[in-house]
Design a protein around this ligand. Structure first.
Ligand SMILES: [Zn+2]
Length: 329
């Protein structure tokens, strides 16, 4: 009898130890941490794009550093395992950065440090010695850039075009389309080429812009829209194939991308995730961490039928495998 009780206790313990895994889905437990790295602590400011995603396995991925990550030594970065770039426009690739934390004001951040022609994205990948993951024809541009700076292009540049996926730690990274533009601003080119292009009003061709789907080890599947309009793939691919349950959605609107109305259509009718993080507001959306009532971010939050979690810089939000925020929202 005693041995039977011990056996039952042993089974119960084994059950507890196994709680980290959902055997049906092969997913580990634990939350994914998402931390916005914006221009002003505790606010959602006009040029905020950068997010750090941390898998329960510790893998940390930086998305679109733009202007608000203060180079590779920004203390908010910590360890980084890969850097994703949706497209090469200056507010994503990073032409300028702040001289110090919180420089300027949220409505008008101080981006007085010029980091062209290298870019903030390349400087961070070089500083951290981690791969840049890019689509289109951006890889050959970044390979040449890395080589010119003395880095190893094979190690630091990873091409990922639409339809393909790659792994970073336990995180699956897939490329999905974005309908936007992707001309390389002349400022990222050597001076003579830059001057010739700037004089004609042309940009350099580097292929298609994109978005990403990240599937984390707890099952969380996040769609990062990049800069885009409404696309059929948001329905057929992002929901249909990847079944994204969290969306990071561009709400910037006129004249560049989906605004609050179009972005609400994307999340309500096409992707239908369990929650949304608005991005790329192009407005000072908060004051003292509170949404400004007549902001486009507030309009989007009202129009979306699922929880919309405002990305306040430096505040870490945690999401379970179903895309629901469990902490920090
Ligand atoms: Zn943009």
């Amino acid at each position: 009898m005693k041995s039977l009780l011990l056996a039952i206790a042993g089974l119960a313990l084994a059950g507890c130890a196994g709680m980290g895994m959902d055997p049906g889905m092969g997913r580990s437990a634990g939350a994914v941490k998402i931390t916005p790295l914006g221009s002003h602590d505790g606010e959602f400011c006009p040029l905020d794009r950068a997010l750090v995603f941390e898998d329960p396995d510790g893998t940390r991925i930086l998305y679109d550093p733009g202007r608000t990550v203060r180079g590779p030594s920004d203390p908010r970065l910590g360890r980084i395992d890969a850097v994703l770039l949706s497209h090469v426009h200056g507010d994503h690739l990073g032409d300028l950065i702040q001289p110090a934390a919180n420089a300027g004001a949220c409505p008008k951040p101080d981006f007085s440090v010029n980091v062209t022609p290298n870019s903030n994205f390349v400087n961070i990948a070089m500083g951290k010695q981690v791969p840049m993951i890019v689509g289109g024809e951006m890889h050959s541009f970044f390979q040449a850039k890395v080589k010119s700076l003395g880095g190893d292009p094979g190690k630091l540049v990873r091409l990922l075009r639409f339809g393909a996926q790659t792994m970073v730690g336990k995180v699956m990274v897939a490329s999905v389309p974005a309908l936007h533009a992707n001309g390389l601003p002349p400022a990222f080119l050597p001076r003579e080429q830059a001057q010739a292009l700037a004089a004609t009003g042309l940009t350099a061709y580097v292929g298609d812009p994109g978005g990403f789907v990240l599937r984390f080890s707890n099952g969380l599947t996040a769609y990062l829209s990049g800069d885009t309009g409404i696309t059929a793939e948001q329905d057929l691919v992002v929901r249909g194939h990847y079944k994204a349950n969290l969306v990071v959605m561009n709400i910037g609107g006129f004249p560049f991308t989906t605004g609050p109305v179009e972005a609400a259509y994307v999340v309500n009718q096409l992707v239908r995730p369990n929650s949304v993080i608005p991005s790329h507001a192009n407005e000072p959306a908060t004051i003292g961490g509170k949404l400004t009532p007549n902001s486009r971010t507030a309009a989007f939050q009202k129009a979306a039928r699922m929880p919309v979690h405002v990305p306040l810089s430096g505040r870490t939000m945690e999401f379970d495998g179903s895309g629901r925020c469990v902490s920090g929202c």
